[in-house]
Design a protein around this ligand. Sequence first.
Ligand SMILES: [Mg+2]
Ligand SMILES: [Zn+2]
Length: 504
Amino acid sequence: MILLIGDGTDDSMITAARNYQLGADGRFALDHLPFTGAMTTHGLKVGSGPDYPIAYVSDSAPTASGWSTGKKTVDGRLSQGPSTAANIAGKDYETVLEIYKKQGKLTGNVSTAELTDATPAAAASHINARACQGPADMANCQSALKSAGGKGSIAEQLVDNKVDVLLGGGKNRFGQTLPAGGTVLDYATAAKGYRAVDDKAGLDAITSLDGGPVLGLFSAGNMTPMYNPLVAAAPPGTGGADQKCTNADRGNQPDLSTMTAKAIELLDNEKGFFLQAESAMVDKQEHASDICGAIGDLVELDKAVKVALDFQKENPDTLIVVTGDHAHSTQIVGDGNGGRQTATLQTADGDPMTVAYSTAASGSNHTGSQIRVAASGPQAANVTGTIDQTDLFKTLLGRRPSTLSTTPAKPSKPVVALVSDRSITAKRLRSSGLRVSTNVAGATSVRVSLTKSGKTLTSKTLNRTGRTVRLTVSKKISGTVKVVVVARGPGGTTIKTTTARVKR
Ligand SMILES: [Mg+2]
Ligand SMILES: [Zn+2]
């Protein structure tokens, strides 16, 4: 199971990135996935419950918790239920990653943000506030402190959960000191057997999980986006009809597709694995009204989709799901058609495209539209139509078709259909006989008799499915006669009767 997330990646952002990188008629790998649907992403607001107010615009914490746990929760909260206030903990909900781990499968969690950021955190930690990323960030999560009997900060929980492959940014969070002394990173390596790496060369050198789980922390905070920023500004805006995005200097940081490929290589095993990989900076750069930063990391997400599809070709029992977590603010607008901040780029078509950000005078915020979800592989059709984020939970766990019982059904009594002539002359009964038709299921022997006043006049054995016979009686009789069919089978005996009148 490979889940690829573009944070803040909605159809508007996908279209802008596609126009820029491939042109209006281009298609990303994610556009080619065979099953595509729409997904609602709303969250809840804190309250007295159980009918919590809806948050029509939600953040990455409740949205990632939605697919991770199958349940809605409040803004800022990670894989834990709603409550009356942000600093009061709810009930912990088990995650997809934890369920797979319990089943003995390997697990991976990759992000280009800090590993303790909301999306990767929701996969393998439970805490009331997403800000409680390291042991020094616990002001709003007092009940989660280990000293208070809690599970600790997000960084501690990721390590305690022993996720087999953890790759991303956020070195500074893991460098924070624990109350008991030492950093989270020290704890991960000394107490949990993690092998730590901090650049692409270090990651390349790891070729199996035999030596223990892997913790790759490739930047102090979030990782560097693929493209240098182009930040929108109040109209007339920035950029221009010939403006192109430029590659950023990312130093020794691996990119998302490289981390995804390495995670798959390490996790691939006979029992299966679950990998969540997030292109996180699409969202972060949209928050900065940075169109180039967002485009570059969406293009990189698509490269990671290709990596997953290549693996699926060799391993067709792999389900790939590609989606976002919530909509964002990037809009493609007509020339001079408004927006509080705009930027213009030259697309792959050679034409100018203007994007606008309108949720704030500077910077930008999430929006509340449904977003795309696409999938390929076993059970991929479950993402089609309009689903909610929480519906993904069961799909990620691998919904299976119904199975039929292998216990043989208890045999039932034979079923007999019987029709006979209702009346006949005595003469005709002697010459050609009374016509009796039977149709029998579930019998091994069938016998039909003609009786009068309890005495058998004549009888015949039929084949086990019945047939049409004529019953003749040599004696001169008249009055009512009874046709009796006795069908015996493994489920019991069925007797069916009709009557006929014999006229003089
Ligand atoms: Mg995120
Ligand atoms: Zn965001």
